[in-house]
Design a protein around this ligand. Structure first.
Ligand SMILES: NC(=O)c1ccc[n+]([C@@H]2O[C@H](COP(=O)([O-])OP(=O)(O)OC[C@H]3O[C@@H](n4cnc5c(N)ncnc54)[C@H](OP(=O)(O)O)[C@@H]3O)[C@@H](O)[C@H]2O)c1
Length: 242
């Protein structure tokens, strides 16, 4: 398959390593231009391109994996000419303290994080890979049927795109669990019980069911509070995000 990845950091590189090792052709872009991606190309086997080229050449999947605050910097015409059936994957998470600054619609809960991304990109997205550490994504995939295989929720309003992405998740070595619509994707956001906990499929399904689908004000506050504590701990450990 031909896969375009926009963002060549932790997640973009981890995905590129795995996808090239599965025999796929990967085109990868960052903000500074393909000439700055020599080391990434050597490490991953992906071909450095511009963001526009990654969108054009990723004829099977396009992955957008850049900091949330940088989404509005992407070119306006990024998906011009890209057929509607090509799934666009969004891996983003909101880190207000360490990286993104406060964003009103996400603080109020009027939009989910990927709902905000979808609005900015002007194109349906599929939310996945946001709730696993990059290193685990690169190294901890296992064959189907392995006990304790990590499960990843996949959420989208576009069912056909969701099915294709779920198949890709399985190919990468993870159980794909239907995470519902993008409106319901708050359940896999930071601060919640399935965020970066590497749970197996039965536990992910259990948590999704127990959270319900409509986010309550109390759940929104809880998730934000939990995540604020996680960000404060990261800051205390000297962790910096770009
Ligand atoms: N790190 C994790 O374990 C992890 C896990 C799950 C989800 N996520 C989420 O996934 C997203 C990416 O995280 P990451 O850790 O991979 O980030 P990262 O290591 O900081 O890398 C970000 C990448 O995005 C590129 N970029 C920034 N603005 C861009 C633009 N306007 N056009 C094209 N490329 C641009 C950067 O390029 P330059 O260097 O050239 O600026 C860089 O290659 C974030 O939303 C993050 O919260 C991260």
């Amino acid at each position: 398959m031909n896969i375009g990845i926009i963002g060549a950091g932790n997640i973009g590189s981890a995905l590129a390593v795995r996808l090239t090792s599965l025999g796929h052709q990967v085109y990868i872009a960052n903000s500074r231009g393909p000439e700055t991606l020599h080391d990434v190309a050597q490490k991953t086997g992906a071909t450095p391109v511009t963001a526009e080229e990654a969108a054009q050449r990723g004829s099977d999947f396009i992955v957008v994996t850049i900091p949330l605050k940088n989404i509005p910097d992407l070119p306006n015409n990024l998906f011009a000419g890209v057929p509607a059936e090509v799934p666009v994957i969004d891996t983003s998470n909101y880190y207000p303290l360490l990286r993104d600054g406060q964003m009103t619609e996400l603080e109020t809960g009027d939009l989910t994080e990927s709902g905000w991304v979808q609005q900015h990109l002007g194109r349906p997205v599929v939310k996945v890979f946001n709730n696993i550490f990059a290193e685990h994504l690169e190294k901890n995939g296992q064959p189907a049927g392995t006990p304790g295989r990590i499960a990843l929720p996949v959420a989208s309003d576009d069912d056909a795109a969701k099915q294709k992405v779920m198949a890709l998740v399985e190919e990468l070595g993870f159980d794909a669990v239907d995470g519902g619509t993008l409106h319901e994707s708050w359940r896999q956001q930071p601060g919640g019980p399935i965020y970066c906990n590497d749970l197996p499929a039965d536990k992910v399904r259990e948590q999704l069911a127990s959270l319900g689908t409509e986010r309550t004000a109390a759940q929104h506050t809880d998730f934000l509070d939990n995540h604020a504590k996680q960000e404060q701990q990261m800051e205390a450990q000297g962790i910096k995000l770009k």
